[in-house]
Design a protein around this ligand. Sequence first.
Ligand code: PEP
Length: 259
Amino acid sequence: MAKQRAKLVVGNWKMHGRLAENRVLLQAISRGAEDLPDDVRVGVCVPCPYLAQAQTLLEGGRVAWGVQDISAHEQGAYTGEVAAGMAVEFGASYAIVGHSERRAYHCEGADTVGVKAQRALAAGLTPIVCVGETLEQRDAGNTEQIVGEQLDAVLAKLSVEEVARIVVAYEPVWAIGTGRSATAQQAQDVHAFLRSRLAAKGGDAADVPLLYGGSVKPDNAEDLFSQPDIDGGLIGGASLKGKDFLAICTAAVAATAAR
Ligand code: PEP
């Protein structure tokens, strides 16, 4: 029987939101999350200018908050960057690192992603380390090689104890924002591979939460989350609609019960 790990559902708002609409969304999510069981955890990664708003509206509730990227530097002359320690001052718990949009549009290499994971951990944030292959790489049969290299670059920089404190998100690039999710089996196969790679690190690394991301919606979430190595989701577009995001959280509850 598959090991039961708590589920985690995290929203990635990307560059969306304005104060007024955020308020409605955060209040709806916060209210809805009150009904979730303890073994389903929820978070939202908001644009940095809205961290204070997230803190004000979510503090004391069931929903954690975080950022979508952090600087690879601790502080200094890095115009436009946000340090992990700054996010912590606004109560953030999570920092996404290595999202494919950062890798593609901001030339973020594997080494930088590893350094960002280190920075996040040093500041007290949980890094959500994203890995994923392009369609071309999948079609060429290189999925495991690509995600394995992306994960290894991060693992190489962390101690066994640090690895146990990260979250990994498998996000096939071809499934992000396209409406074309990986099938539950495709996702499970890659998750099982990532879990074996983590297990090789030793300690508690094998129990690191593994999230799937890429066009997760209310109608496919339960199927995905029911897979033995899928511990929840990183949700983009659907996290901007309170009803859909909460339905995905509820699917995590159903998937836990079904296991
Ligand atoms: C993401 O950007 O992390 C993501 C998974 O996006 P979407 O759910 O919209 O595919």
